[in-house]
Design a protein around this ligand. Structure first.
Ligand SMILES: Nc1ncnc2c1ncn2[C@@H]1O[C@H](COP(=O)(O)OP(=O)(O)OP(=O)(O)O)[C@@H](O)[C@H]1O
Length: 301
């Protein structure tokens, strides 16, 4: 599996009189894990839905490996891009294995049966999200977290080179949150992922885009983007951002309102790269030439 270059240029999306996102540009280099964060209603899902071709943009383009995603045949796009969405269609009557096997659809022709390779890929996807033991359970009777892991397995079985995930850690306990995000980092696949947990985003993402009111308020490597000022301006909360001495990633501590006074910003002197050996390399989009800045990095595996 190789990885895809994603280049989102100047997207504006409206629904009726409501403007969902305005002039949003986002890039992801091949293999990068790019996080989209921001308060409720800031436009994260709308951006992702436009990338995976559910919301049609009024203006702007979604370019996947140099081709306009909205011009590609759906089947061809589905061989490149897999989405894990917040409200998937209800495949409630199927057992888990059949739900995951649906990920193979873009690679098959009508009436093709499952091959040994399909079976292997389904097994492997289930194992990667720790869901092997769920294989024969009815999907509709799973817990929210179990369902989420199965949907991620379905996306993996699709063998995409670009994963778009809308809050994939929703419903997951902390072990499975870290397992899923760790898996994203290890895969060679490019990933665009909306997250609410800023500490997980800071550790697992190479770069972040912060949305506010449908527009990009900040973007860059987590250690540049996540500041006490940003937390105050975008989220309206008081927090302290330090570089964690063990992980080397920015760590946000939030202060409840009643304890917030006097919460100074503590910015650790040592950059994350110096602590854990992460590498940063500048990158610019081959399709539109826009620079995404430094920040491609992988934690040690
Ligand atoms: N189809 C629609 N018609 C009208 N308004 C919409 C539509 N879809 C989304 N919105 C509005 O657009 C804004 C952005 O919604 P979106 O779901 O993209 O935000 P989000 O950042 O993903 O939020 P959350 O963190 O709560 O999931 C919200 O105000 C939402 O109510």
């Amino acid at each position: 599996m190789s990885a895809t270059e994603l280049c989102v240029e100047g997207l504006t999306v409206t629904a009726g009189a409501h403007r969902l996102i305005h002039d949003v540009s986002v890039n992801a280099a091949p293999g990068e894990v790019v996080g989209v964060v921001g308060p409720n209603g800031s436009g994260k899902s709308s951006l992702l839905r436009t990338v995976y071709r559910v919301l049609r943009p009024d203006t702007g383009r979604v370019i996947v490996d140099g081709a306009d995603a909205w011009q590609l045949p759906v089947r061809r796009l589905a061989r490149t891009l897999a989405a894990v969405v917040q409200e998937p269609g209800a495949d409630f009557d199927l057992v888990v294995r059949d739900v995951v096997a649906m990920g193979r659809t873009p690679h098959k022709r009508l009436l093709d049966g499952d091959t040994a390779e399909d079976t292997r890929l389904v097994d492997s996807a289930l194992a990667r999200v720790d869901a092997t033991e769920l294989s024969d359970r009815p999907f509709g009777r799973l817990s929210g977290g179990e369902r989420q892991r199965v949907l991620i397995a379905r996306a993996l079985a699709q063998q995409p080179t670009l994963l778009v995930l809308d809050e994939p850690t929703n419903h997951l306990d902390i072990r499975h949150q870290m397992q899923v995000l760790g898996l994203l980092r290890r895969l060679p696949t490019t990933a665009l992922v909306a997250l609410h947990d800023l500490n997980l985003a800071a550790y697992y993402c190479d770069r972040l885009y912060v949305l506010r009111d449908g527009a990009v308020a900040a973007s860059g490597p987590p250690r540049e983007v996540l500041t006490a000022r940003l937390l105050a301006e975008v989220y309206g909360v008081t927090g302290e951002v330090t570089l964690h001495p063990r992980t080397g990633a920015p760590h946000v501590t939030f202060f409840p309102e009643e304890t917030a006074s006097g919460g100074d910003v503590v910015v650790a002197e040592k950059p994350a790269a110096a602590i854990d050996g992460r590498q940063s390399e500048p990158w610019s989009c081959g399709a539109c030439g826009e620079g995404a800045g430094a920040g491609r990095s992988r934690p040690p595996s």
